[in-house]
Structures are given as C-alpha cells and as structure tokens.
Design a protein around this ligand. Structure first.
Ligand code: F6R
Length: 263
C-alpha cells in the first residue's frame, strides 16, 4: 500500500490526473474503473483539460463504474449515469458503447450483476480502479460488514451513507434511494491497480482505519491492505489521523528522488 499525502484537494486531483494519463499513454485501451461522488470530480476535470488541451485520447478506453442507485431511472439528475455524463463522458471522446454503469432499472437484477462481472472479465479485467471512501469505510457501496470476497450485487445503504447522500437529494432523507448495485470488494480487489482518493477532515478516521487498522469487513476499504498495487492519495486533512505520516512522506520523497535519478 502506497500512501501519498498532498497539501490540498487540488493537488490530489492533479496527481491523480497525472497517474491516469500515464496509464493511458502506456495502454491506450485502458480499462478504467470509475467512482462517483464529490471526490473524483477534480480528477475528472483534470482529464477533461488534458483531453482538450493536449488531445489525451479516450477513443479506445473502456470504463466500468463501481455502482448505481436502485429505484431511480438513469435519467434522474442524481443518478450515477447522469453524474458520469455531466462530469466526464460528454466532455471526452470515450465511445458510449465502451462505457458501463450498473443498470438500475433492469428487471432481473441478479442476472444483471452476473452479466456485469462477465463484461469485466471479457475485456481482461480492470487495469486501474478509481475509488473514493465513505466516512464509514465503504468502497463502492460495500458497507461495513460486506464480505471481503463479495462480487457485484445489490446492497442496502447504511444509515450513515444515507445521511451523507441527503445533500444530493435536497436534504430529504425519504427521497434518497435505499439500495444500490455495487461491484463487490472481491471484484475491486481483482483490479490490477487501485487508486483511492480522499480529502477533508471528515475522511480522516476512515483513512486511518483503512490504512493502519486491522483488515476487517467492518471497514471494507481495509481489504486494500491485501492489494499488491494500491495507492492511497489523500490531502493533509484526510491524513490527519494516521500514525505514520512522517514515514509515508519520507517514503514518497525517496521514491521521487529515485525516479529523478533514473531519468
Ligand atoms: C461512489 C462510491 C462511493 C464514494 C464514497 C465517497 O461511486 O463508490 O464509495 O466514493 O461514498 O463519496 P464522496 O466522494 O462523495 O465523499
């Protein structure tokens, strides 16, 4: 697990943008796992800028979103379909046929989840999975107590998640969807690389439990401790409850020095 601490949200967004660009230049048909929520918006803005200003090409990229609410149509202003269209898909040249978001209106949800997993397998798996983290330690909508081996399925949202999400539904808890389709922790762990982003004090405890706590289904993000290539890219506030901040910073400085020397 590599922990990279940057000064601010802008800095993590820029660094995440650089990482995605590097992966995309290395593999133009990159299979990219995507997250929604407030955290990756800065990253998506960076990618849109790189596309417009440098011609970063998304024409061969294939995307899979982590999750989608059940019970609202894809056209709903707060659906993750609408989110992705608004922040990324309508602004870069990724073909719509290459994008995948769980279908919240499908009749047979169980079959759909199997199909989604199969689509991921058929393109050879996810190369780089972008993740946010919930204040309760969830990744995707794998709420505390989710099996660390879980696959794409329906989950009921935890009360703490519902509370946070009321911000997107005009402050009205009753209108927040209570269920979602989400990739499982096991699905996420099969991505070749994971990049988890977090910003702000409200994420500090979840980050400390994810990085330095025990690996437990109580904190689904802690499964990333077992991932061979997981990067935790956070700002100072999100890092504020970590015990080994100095070591992570020192490790990152040494890595940069090594990279500069080998140029
Ligand atoms: C969304 C997702 C969630 C969010 C998490 C953090 O696709 O997978 O796990 O990443 O709830 O959300 P924000 O970034 O809004 O704090």
């Amino acid at each position: 697990m590599e922990v990279i601490i940057k000064a601010s949200y802008d800095e993590i967004s820029k660094e995440a943008g650089r990482m995605v660009r590097k992966a995309l230049l290395k593999k133009p048909n990159l299979v990219l796992g995507l997250a929604t929520g407030s955290t990756p918006i800065g990253l998506y803005n960076e990618l849109v800028c790189m596309h417009k200003e440098e011609g970063l090409d998304f024409s061969q990229v294939v995307t899979f979103n982590l999750d989608e609410y059940v019970g609202i149509p894809a056209s709903h202003p707060e659906s993750y379909h609408t989110f992705m269209e608004r922040h990324l898909f309508s602004k870069v040249n990724v073909p719509t046929s290459n994008t995948h978001i769980p279908q919240n209106t499908t009749r047979n949800l169980e079959k759909f989840c199997e199909w989604y997993e199969q689509q991921i397998r058929e393109v050879g798996g996810i190369d780089l999975q972008i993740l946010g983290i919930g204040v309760n330690g969830h990744i995707g909508f794998n709420e505390p107590s989710s099996s660390l081996g879980s696959r794409t399925r329906i989950k009921t949202l935890a009360p703490s998640t519902l509370k946070v999400h009321t911000r997107d539904f005009g402050g009205d808890l009753d209108t927040v969807p209570k269920m979602a389709i989400t990739m499982g922790v096991g699905t996420i762990m099969e991505a070749k690389q994971c990049l988890l982003l977090a910003s702000g004090k409200s994420k500090a405890q979840a980050i400390a439990r994810c990085v330095e706590g025990p690996i437990t289904a109580e904190v689904p993000a802690s499964a990333l401790q077992m991932h061979p290539k997981a990067v935790i890219l956070i700002d100072e506030e999100a890092a504020s409850q970590l015990k080994r901040i100095d070591y992570y910073k020192w490790g990152y400085e040494n890595k940069l020095r090594l990279e500069a020397d080998s140029l």
